[in-house]
Design a protein around this ligand. Structure first.
Ligand SMILES: [Zn+2]
Ligand SMILES: [Zn+2]
Length: 185
């Protein structure tokens, strides 16, 4: 009996967190409309799906053919780290949606337009999240940036070498990798 009750409580709180993530998505979308003075028609609230697994905290999906835009949230990380997910990941993904709507593929996913919007939101514009990977036994990763769209994550061994002066160069763009965020304590 007790077990069944606990399970239903857990389900309730998961639903509650997902409802909050949807509310925050609506909130940040409205804020972006105010910031850019654009209509709800130009910037509708994206659908939120909780089907993301693995290391990524969130993802903004732009379907080329259907032109459908939605946000994916990692349900396991939302349950284990609700604060960071609601305060950082949700505005992070909404900002991707907004920048894509306004600039298309001309703007880089974590480029200057996205960073400026994150600052306008009052949220730290970090390209990588700082949450532990699921499963938690995975190695720690350190977030680096180059000229590419997506950040590069270095293992702690390479990070240590980079901090001691070894230069790592991105294999795709050839730029030197720059350290951006310390993923958690
Ligand atoms: Zn991102
Ligand atoms: Zn690169």
């Amino acid at each position: 009996m007790v077990e069944a009750r606990q399970q239903s409580l857990a389900l309730e709180s998961t639903d509650d967190l997902q409802a909050q993530a949807i509310q925050r998505t609506e909130y940040w979308t409205r804020r972006a409309r105010e910031i850019f003075e654009i209509s709800a028609r130009r910037l509708p609230v994206p659908d939120v799906r909780f089907d993301l697994r693995g290391r990524a905290a969130g993802q903004a999906v732009f379907a080329r053919r259907s032109k459908q835009i939605h946000v994916r949230i990692n349900a396991a990380l939302l349950a284990s780290h609700p604060q960071e997910m609601l305060d950082d990941t949700v505005p992070h993904e909404v900002a991707h949606v907004v920048i894509f709507k306004l600039y298309g593929r001309r703007a880089k996913p974590h480029g200057k337009e996205w960073k400026a919007l994150m600052r306008a939101f009052g949220v730290d514009p970090k390209p990588c999240h700082t949450l532990p990977a699921e499963p938690t036994r995975q190695l720690r990763r350190f977030c680096y940036e180059c000229a590419c769209d997506d950040p590069v994550e270095l293992t702690s061994i390479r990070h240590k070498r980079a901090q001691q002066g070894t230069d790592y160069v991105c294999r795709r763009c050839g730029e030197k990798l720059r350290f951006v965020a310390d993923p958690g304590q």
